[in-house]
Write a protein that binds this ligand. Structure first.
Ligand code: NAG
Ligand code: NAG
Ligand code: NAG
Ligand code: NAG
Ligand code: NAG
Length: 750
């Protein structure tokens, strides 16, 4: 995931080069930074004055200081964004009032355009409408398109009384309604050039995630007839508030932080954020900071885990107070049938909305359409750009080896269809710009053979249809652990559907996002951990609607301990699954939860080496904070997490203890017994192995000792589980041991 440099900010400033004085507000050496200061100070202080005086102290010149400040965060936490020179960054970093100073970077949406669908699960009963009706899901994304039928507000009452958010009609944005009760946009980084300054969704992503979380049921929704069915959100009665922080080229840290600042103050109940970037230490990461303050306000933040799988060490948004969500498949795959002129039939995977009418069309391969005078670069068999002869391609379906977006080339050269091949089994169906599909390489060889042996090769490509497949599996692209920041807390936490999801879309972009594409649709099929995250947030809202007194951690625990174990296809898939596939109906009655309060999060920050000064700022208040005043965290991970994980390097001796506490949220009188499935070759002891509860809310503690030695020399993943059962509930925690080597470390840093 690449983050563009913040220097983009100054493109405009540079136009004024003639007036630039070194050190001045327009000095191109000034870069945007976020100065994070923790909790809000006492109510009597004027936060903006504080920011100005701090900045004046660092910069020295009042005029420059005034014009260097970009934004003050002062609604839900304390900090500001400003354009700074390196020595000013230094001065601010050393100030006692400052937690961290970090450069503003750009992050990406966790989706890739124009992909496939497998069907929107209808797993949630519309229970508890009245409570859900008072819930607001805050979404930080690309904006919202109100014209999508998912956001009609028929039958909704006014916004809940607690709601403080706002919304105004502006430009083409028609304003909110009783379903979408808030919409704001942030563009502190001037990324919206050529785009509308309003909360309107010119991309489609934000409309898709919002309608997945809380869209109303829309019967007969489909993308050109594909994936036809009722599209609806997980908690259709809940309200939506959109905070637009992403623009055409990405999402800026400054805007993400502003979105959190407002959403928490507006009174959202949950936050869904399908955005990511390089993991940084928690207090230099706007998503970790924002979600920390959300957690303090009782708001659970769900984040997408990222799409850089199946490589390991790719998981993002890993702070212990976040619900980190990976993507799973659902039980349908999208196939486009192929018929060849010789009568042979096969199929590929893609979203092809075009109907062929079964007509046979001329077919050629890239290899045979090569420009014979072009020597030196590219490979025509792969249809590389510049290698083909347009006269040979025009009016034909072209077969290209490998699968790397060659459709743009074929379309440009006048080709009317494309068949690509893939060496690896693919689970992700791409939406094609022209009729097209992707076949296995074995299938591809047969097609290539036919083209070479036939005088007049022909083929027809059918429109995509859904077929049933085994599910769920972790999506190939879904990010894998382990993580680097809190190495013994496993992420992602859970899987939710993220492969081929049909949901509401914006009519402004085309369905592929390509400007030459003429197809627009109020529903579209997208894939990514971006799509999984709103499924998880809706599940969390559903659970919370039945247990209004539960903390964010209790809700997360319920989702994790009741998740369904997921089968794996490849050796390292375990690193992408977390606790398994989300099951919101089961999560409504988990029996026991692993709760984590504010103090426990602070304890783990102390445990991980953050010092008193810094944590004191996060916590606010007058009294000086001391880690030593808390009962020290202990065990492998120092936190009451619903999963158990040890990350080892350059040793295969496993030895660790987890300390855990369960809270009874089931029957008042109950007895739970532990069943252990030890990771291969290891010994796992649970002490005690029986827990007796006599009332609701009662807590009981236990410890888990994991010991043994792996006989492997290389990197290894060992998995097992602990299940507490009272015969009505099963409270399951995965145990995952990652044994790495020096080589793995090299790989993940390369
Ligand atoms: C509003 O929409 C129209 C029609 O799509 C478009 O031409 C116009 O540029 C939009 N206005 C703004 C301010 O973007
Ligand atoms: C949905 O489509 C089917 C067939 O395409 C039709 O029979 C049915 O009446 C439609 N339902 C609604 C609610 O439009
Ligand atoms: C073939 O490649 C040569 C060299 O790159 C180029 O000059 C020529 O225009 C190409 N011919 C066609 C038909 O694209
Ligand atoms: C072109 O790519 C194919 C498939 O990867 C490969 O088999 C072939 O050797 C390549 N040809 C050249 C000239 O590199
Ligand atoms: C606390 O940690 C911060 C950030 O790592 C550091 O800048 C500061 O000097 C530390 N303070 C003390 C008293 O160690």
């Amino acid at each position: 995931m690449s983050c563009s440099k913040a220097s983009f900010v100054f493109t405009f400033g540079m136009l004024l080069a003639a007036t630039i004085v070194l050190g001045s507000p327009n000095d191109p050496a000034r870069k945007a930074y976020i100065v994070y200061m923790g909790d809000l100070p006492e109510a009597s202080t004027n936060v903006e004055d504080d920011h100005n005086s701090l900045l004046l102290h660092a910069i020295g010149d009042a005029r420059i200081a005034r014009s260097s400040i970009i934004h003050s965060y002062r609604k839900s936490f304390n900090g500001f964004a400003a354009k700074l020179l390196p020595h000013e960054v230094q001065i601010l970093s050393e100030d006692k009032r400052v937690v961290s100073v970090f450069p503003n970077k750009r992050r990406n949406l966790h989706t890739t355009r124009s992909w496939d669908f497998l069907g929107m699960p209808l797993w949630l009963q519309n229970k508890n409408m009245r409570v859900q009706n008072d819930m607001v899901i805050g979404i930080l994304d690309t904006g919202i398109y109100m014209g999508t039928p998912s956001f009609t507000d028929h039958g909704y009452g006014p916004a809940p009384a607690k709601w403080k958010g706002k919304c105004k009609a502006a430009l083409n944005f028609t304003g909110c309604n009783k379903k979408v009760i808030g919409a704001k946009f942030f563009d502190l980084d001037n990324m919206g050039h050529g785009m509308e300054s309003s909360p309107i969704d010119e991309d489609g992503h934000g409309t898709h995630t919002s309608s997945t979380a809380a869209g109303v049921p829309v019967p007969n929704a489909s993308l050109y007839g594909i994936a036809e069915g009722t599209a609806r959100g997980g908690v259709p009665a809940a309200r939506i508030a959109m905070y637009k922080v992403c623009w055409g080229i990405g999402c800026s840290d400054m805007d993400i932080l502003a979105g959190f600042d407002e959403a928490i103050a507006d009174g959202v109940d949950f936050i869904s954020i399908s955005i990511g970037g390089q993991s940084r230490s928690y207090f230099e990461d706007p998503i970790a900071i924002g979600s920390f303050h959300a957690m303090r306000a009782g708001i659970l933040t769900a984040c997408s885990a990222g799409n850089e799988g199946p490589d390991i060490f790719t998981v993002q948004n890993v702070a212990p107070w976040i619900l980190t969500v990976g993507a799973s498949s659902i039980d349908r795959q999208y196939e486009a049938a192929i018929s060849l002129g010789n009568g042979a039939k096969s199929s590929g995977i893609s979203i092809n909305t075009f109907s062929s009418g079964n007509g046979m069309l001329p077919l050629i391969s890239g290899a045979l359409a090569a420009n014979s005078t072009n020597i030196g670069y590219g490979n025509a068999s792969l249809c590389d750009y510049g290698t083909l002869n347009p006269a040979m391609v025009k009016g034909k379906i072209v077969y290209c080896m490998e699968n790397m977006g060659q459709e743009y080339t074929i379309k440009e050269l006048g080709g009317i269809g494309i068949i690509t091949s893939s060496d690896i089994e693919i689970d992700l169906a791409m939406m094609t710009l022209i009729p097209g599909t992707t076949v296995t390489s074995k299938n591809g060889m047969n097609i290539d053979q036919y083209i070479r042996s036939s005088k007049k090769p022909q083929a027809s490509l059918s429109k995509t249809r859904g077929v049933k497949v085994a599910a769920p599996l972790v999506a190939s692209f879904s990010a894998r652990g382990p993580q680097l920041i809190s190495p013994n807390i496993f992420k992602p936490d859970i899987l939710a559907p993220g492969l081929g999801i049909l949901a509401g879309y914006s009519m402004i972009p085309s369905v592929t996002g390509d400007p030459t594409d003429k197809r627009h649709s109020a529903f579209n099929i997208l894939s990514g951990t971006s799509m999984a995250c709103p499924h998880a947030v809706a599940s969390a809202a559903y659970v919370k609607s039945l247990h209004l007194d539960w903390s964010p951690a209790a809700v997360r625990s319920a989702l994790m301990t009741t998740a369904t174990p997921v089968k794996t296809k490849h050796r390292l898939d375990e690193l992408g699954i977390g606790s398994g596939q989300i099951n919101p109906v089961k999560a409504a009655d988990p029996g026991l939860v692993y709760d984590i309060g504010m103090k426990s999060y602070v304890r783990v920050l102390c445990y991980e080496g953050h010092n008193d000064t810094m944590i004191g700022l996060l916590m606010g208040g007058k009294a000086k904070f001391r880690c030593s005043s808390l009962k020290p965290a202990h065990g492998v991970d120092g936190i009451n997490y619903p999963s158990m994980h040890i990350q080892l390097k350059n040793t295969n001796k496993v030895s660790g203890v987890f300390f855990r506490t369960l809270t009874n949220v089931g029957f008042p009188k109950s007895v739970y017994t532990a069943t252990v499935t030890p990771p291969k070759g290891l010994n796992v002891q649970v002490i005690p192995s029986k827990l007796t509860f006599v009332r609701q809310g009662q807590k009981q503690s236990f410890k888990v000792r994991v010991e043994g030695e792996s006989d492997h020399k290389e990197m290894e993943v060992l998995t097992g589980s602990i299940e507490w059962s009272d015969s009505r509930h099963v409270v399951r925690s995965p145990i995952l041991i990652y044994i790495g080597t020096y080589l793995d470390d090299l790989e993940k840093h390369s």
